[in-house]
Ligand binder design. Sequence first.
Ligand SMILES: [Zn+2]
Length: 162
Amino acid sequence: MHLSRGAYYADFFVLPIVGLALAGGSLFRANLVQSLIWGIICLSGVVTWTLLEYVLHRYVLHHVPGFEQMHDAHHADPLASVGAPIWVTLPMLCLCGLLPLWWPVGFLQASGLTTGWCSAIFGTSLSIMRAIAGTLTTAPTSIAGSAATPNTTRPRMDGTSA
Ligand SMILES: [Zn+2]
């Protein structure tokens, strides 16, 4: 989905606020053990979201009709503001993580997992932003530099220089 610049960069402001609010709401009255449990669950949220994102990207965004066409716009123009808007991401996080876990396991655990997911999405958005910024600032130089001055000091597998 093509987004406005504001909608595209909203992840950078909304997700940290939501994560900090969930952390504050959970850890405000938590003891040390509860805080450690929250931290472990939060880290597991980062790991599970990273794996889930990989699976979604590989199998849903590249193979499921409808999603595939929307995702093709991102690959056709990686620098364009194409992505999921925060008004889709945030309700999905609440409906798939926070709310279904809150009742059976409690707010502490549900907020830990959701904060981990927010952190992972924020991290992914940040790395995409850095990749775009790197592409914009270094691509012409690195392409010209690699053609004009090949790296002759890189070590080879046999230990000598190329
Ligand atoms: Zn893709």
